[in-house]
Design a protein. Sequence first.
Length: 234
Amino acid sequence: MKPIAVFRHSPTEGPGHFATYINGLGREIRLFAMDCGDPVPTDPSAFAGLCFMGGPMSVNDPLPWIPPVLELIRKAVAADIPVIGHCLGGQLMSKALGGTVGTNRCKEIGWLDVHATDPAAAEWFGDRARFPSFHWHGETFTVPTGATRVLASAGCDNQAWAMGKHLAMQCHIEMTEDLVKSWCTGGADEIAEAAAQPTVQQPADIQRDLEARIAALHAVAETAYAKWVKGLKD
């Protein structure tokens, strides 16, 4: 079996539960750390699938790794190699495939509900018409031509889109307890600056009932990941 390529864009935003799930299948993950200067591979056929994580930067920033990542995504989609993106990863997918990324009407930080916007959502998220997901973003993507919007939230119209084997998400379904705690610590200043927005939660509220919230989110994530791995191209 070919490895699955995981792209990390910030040292604090690793693959989380995605890695746990994939490793549980006995599959290999090959990590490409953009934050450490790892080169972007040019041939997606070396991998069974591509996974892109989050990050504090914008896909519109003049970072040297962004153009080759966008090209890699386009090549993977053209070769029918499945791609999945979480937050920044979903934004990269959108921009690569002709969508745009810009400022959302509000920041979303914490546990906020998303809801299904199309019957296709059931393929990825089961029979959940609505569920709480984790969020930490101030920008959002448009849905590329040929893709179907499958999730939205009260504060963000486009929370996820699907296109064949590919899934791009604005929300974070990969979270673990450790990731949530570390983001609350590292992002305390950002939370304080945006505290007046009703879609921004305080660290104490974010971490309340954390074990149960993460367990529920893992169930959501595993439904989506189970669908995604069916398309892996070995």
